[in-house]
Every structure is written in structure tokens, then in C-alpha cells.
Design a protein around this ligand. Structure first.
Ligand code: NAI
Length: 434
């Protein structure tokens, strides 16, 4: 009997395996594909590698090779770490057949004191005709076949749709983005969403919001209703990026833990309704992000080791790797108001930020949301160079409920993007004093 059987070798499963094994538990990790999961092999890492290199006139073969080098280097590093920690990597799928039993697709049966499900998610399938036509792909398909497209039409203006639009538009291809809701990446602060739409349009992307897709027809072409009128848009590739769903199909045989809207239901300790079985990451809902899964994996391993948890699991920052980058954490002003929390904002526009001017950065801002009474930082929304790095300082502040006054204690170096944080805090304090 092993101490821990982990199903799924993505960021969550690997983080849990490493922490548990380093802490002295015997761990077997089941992964039928490649370690690293969606994030490393078919998601964040390849997309960011492409975003880094996509330019008009770029060499697509070199770009694909560069992406592959980054992915395989990171994957080899993870495999090495798992081996060094003595995690047993089982290259097989797994089905949970009992509270302590897993059957692997290679015919072996495994017993564990605890089981951790870190199975992730798969692209959602839209209820429209034409998804199986030639030229229609999901993000997995697009990232496996890196080449220029005459016209890439993307259904879904969430993070995947937007980042992949940015890659192909950045490389000079014609791109159309079709989103059902009234704005792109609707879980972002409204102002971030507006800035994003403006930058995409400047980059030549045709953006249709509030558009419902009726069907995909051979060609492929997309029939949609936009502003009450029907339109048919022909493309050479249609990318469907309309969300992801938990990869829980066929995961259990003879037992059925509680589910909520298709996600595995867990308690605050990530325990499912079957006490020996835990679940983390995309499969339990919330933000479908690698760093969320990793934090949760570390937390479960800490629990099983009986040690105080080293890693927090919230708030979860989110980033969009466009130019400028977007990042947010905690509450927006709208969300604070909706919860009846008295809040004010402080904002700094990047036009006067020296580093932004030096680096030719685009228009942008740092916006901070403070509690009107306690002055604690409730949230931050950034649209600027290196927003994805700056958000960590603000995530720390939201996590520790640091106040506006405390945020002004550190001297931030000059000239840096981070100086905008000091200025946004000052603007926040002005608003708090009113
Ligand atoms: P998503 O849920 O973020 O966005 C899907 C979008 O498709 C939604 O805006 C939805 O309204 C739209 N949609 C749904 N049906 C539609 C239809 N019939 N016609 C037009 N639009 C339609 O899902 P997405 O972008 O597929 O990403 C999946 C997950 O991966 C997300 O949770 C995201 O956070 C994560 N991710 C994160 C990244 C990052 O942090 N930088 C990068 C890529 C993905």
C-alpha cells in the first residue's frame, strides 16, 4: 500500500507529488500522456513561447521549434525532479475503483492510504453543428500545427481566444474574434476588458461581441447573429475556445463522489465526499489556472504530511499575456460594491511613468481598490508592461490585508514600472481622505 496515489501529472499533481515525496510519503503518480499536463504541453507555456516570438514575417518553423525546445526542456526538468524525489511515475491512465484503490490502464491495480485527483480539464464542446468539419480545431489542435493562417476565426473571447488571437495577429495573419457576451474576458475588470478590446482592434483583429454563433458550415464558415443581423464569415481555420470542462468522465467505477455542476465537490481541505479521496485544480472549479492547482496540490500534500501548510490557496491572481499585459487579483470596485463593501479606487496612468516611456510601452494603468474604513487593499487591476510580475506584490498585499499606508512604506526603485504602484496608492489615499 502506497501513502498517496495521484491521478494526473499536471501542475497540481506534480506539485503535490514532489512535496509529499520530499516529506517522506511513498507516492505513485499516474499520467498517461506527458508530465506537465495542459499548462506545460498544450496551454500556458507553448502559448507564451509563441507570444514571445510571433512577429510579422517571422519564421514559423523556427517559432514552432523554439516552442518545442522550451516545452521539452521544462518537461525533462520536471521528470528529473520527480525521479530525484522518488515519485513512481506510472505512464498509464487510472480509474478510481474504491476509496483506496486505483486500476491503471496497463492492467495493474494500486492501493493507497489516500488518493488525490488532479485530472484537470478538457476543451468544452459547443452545442452547435459543424464542429467536426475540416479546418475546425480547439486549442490543442491549433498548438500542434503552428503555421500561418489566411484567416483565423476564433469562437470565444476568453483568455485562450484572446491570447491566441494575439499570437496570430502579431505574426501578421487576419484574425476575427467572436464572443457571445457583451465584452471580452468577462471576468476581468470592465476597464481592463475595454483596453484589451482597443489594443486588439489596433492590432487588426476584428472583434464581434454580443454575437451568437448558429453553426459552422463547410469551408469552414461561421454563421452568426450580430446586432440582430445574420452574417456568414468564411475562414481557413476556425478555433473553438469557448471554455473548458472538468476531465472527470470515466474517472470512477463503482463509486460516485458528490459533484457540483460537473465539478468534483470538495471541502475546504480539498476532501471529496469520500474521506480518503482529495481533489484539486480545474476539476474542482474556480479559476482554471496552473498556479491555483499547484497551490492546492502543495496544500493537500502539507495536510497529508501533518505539517502546517506552507502555501496559501487564495486569492488567485490572473494574468493575460497580451501587450500591454493585464493582471488582476482580489476584488474589482464593481464586485466590492455588489457585496456591499465600502470601497474607493486609486489609479495611476502609465503615461507619466519613466520606464514605460523609455521602453515604448503602450497606454495603461494601475488601479487599486481599498476598503474605505480599514484602508486595506481589496484588489488590484493592472494594464501595463510587466503587469504579470507586478501583480505578485499586490497579491501579497491583498493576502495580508495590507493598508494603503503600509503599501507606501517601501521605497520603490526609479525608474521602474512598480513606481506606478506608489502613485496609485497615493491617489487611493487622496480618495480615502475625501
Ligand atoms: P473562458 O471560459 O475563459 O472563455 C470562453 C469564452 O467563450 C467566454 O467568454 C464565453 O462567453 C465564450 N463563448 C461560449 N460559447 C460561445 C459561443 N457559442 N459563441 C461565442 N462565444 C462563446 O474559457 P477559455 O478562454 O476557453 O479558457 C479556459 C480556461 O483556461 C479559463 O479558465 C482560463 O482562465 C484558462 N486560461 C488561462 C490563461 C491565463 O491565465 N493566461 C491562458 C489560457 C487559458
Amino acid at each position: 500500500m502506497r501513502d498517496l496515489l495521484i491521478v494526473g501529472g499536471g501542475p497540481g499533481g506534480c506539485a503535490a507529488a514532489l512535496r509529499a515525496a520530499k516529506g517522506g510519503l511513498s507516492v505513485a503518480l499516474f499520467e498517461p500522456c506527458q508530465v506537465g499536463g495542459t499548462c506545460l504541453n498544450r496551454g500556458c507555456i507553448p502559448t507564451k513561447a509563441l507570444l514571445h516570438g510571433a512577429k510579422p514575417g517571422c519564421d514559423w518553423a523556427a517559432l514552432a521549434a523554439e516552442k518545442e525546445t522550451v516545452v521539452s526542456t521544462l518537461r525533462a526538468g520536471m521528470e528529473k525532479q520527480l525521479k530525484a524525489a522518488k515519485v513512481e511515475l506510472v505512464p498509464a491512465g487510472a480509474v478510481v475503483t474504491g476509496p483506496h484503490t486505483v486500476a491503471a490502464s496497463d492492467g495493474t491495480v494500486w492501493e493507497g492510504r489516500s488518493i488525490l485527483l488532479a485530472v484537470g480539464s478538457v476543451p468544452a464542446v459547443l452545442p452547435i453543428p459543424g464542429l467536426d468539419l475540416p479546418g475546425v480545431v480547439n486549442s490543442d489542435g491549433l498548438l500542434e500545427d503552428i503555421r500561418p493562417r489566411d484567416h483565423l476565426l476564433i469562437i470565444g473571447g476568453g483568455v485562450i481566444g484572446v491570447e491566441l488571437a494575439w499570437v496570430w495577429a502579431g505574426a501578421g495573419c487576419r484574425v476575427t474574434l467572436v464572443e457571445a457576451l457583451d465584452r471580452l474576458i468577462a471576468n476581468l475588470d470592465r476597464e481592463l476588458s475595454q483596453s484589451l478590446t482597443m489594443e486588439l482592434k489596433k492590432a487588426g483583429v476584428a472583434v464581434y461581441t454580443g454575437a451568437s454563433v448558429a453553426e459552422i458550415t463547410p469551408g469552414p464558415a461561421v454563421r452568426l447573429i450580430h446586432k440582430g443581423a445574420e452574417q456568414v464569415l468564411a475562414a481557413d481555420t476556425v478555433l473553438v475556445a469557448a471554455g473548458r470542462r472538468p476531465a472527470t468522465a470515466g474517472l470512477f467505477e463503482g463509486l460516485s463522489p458528490a459533484m457540483e455542476r460537473g465539478f468534483l465537490a470538495v471541502d475546504p481541505s480539498f476532501r471529496t465526499s469520500i474521506p480518503s479521496i482529495y481533489a484539486i485544480g480545474d476539476a474542482i472549479g474556480g479559476a482554471m489556472l496552473a498556479h491555483k492547482a499547484e497551490a492546492e496540490g502543495n496544500a493537500v500534500a502539507g495536510l497529508l504530511l501533518g505539517r502546517p501548510t506552507r502555501h496559501g490557496v487564495s486569492p488567485i491572481p490572473s494574468c493575460v499575456y497580451t501587450d500591454p499585459e493585464l493582471a488582476q487579483v482580489g476584488l474589482t470596485l464593481e464586485e466590492a460594491k455588489a457585496r456591499g463593501i465600502p470601497a474607493v479606487t486609486g489609479k495611476c496612468v502609465m503615461g507619466g511613468n519613466g520606464r514605460t516611456l523609455i521602453e515604448g510601452g503602450k497606454r495603461g494603468f494601475v488601479k487599486l481598490v481599498f476598503h474605505r474604513e480599514s484602508h486595506a487593499l481589496l484588489g488590484a487591476q493592472l494594464c501595463c508592461c510587466r503587469a504579470s510580475d507586478l501583480i505578485s506584490e499586490l497579491t501579497l498585499a491583498v493576502t495580508l490585508s495590507l493598508t494603503a499606508e503600509q503599501l507606501l512604506q517601501p521605497v520603490r526603485p526609479h525608474p521602474t514600472f512598480a513606481e506606478a504602484i506608489s502613485q496609485a496608492v497615493e491617489a487611493g489615499l487622496d480618495a480615502l481622505e475625501k
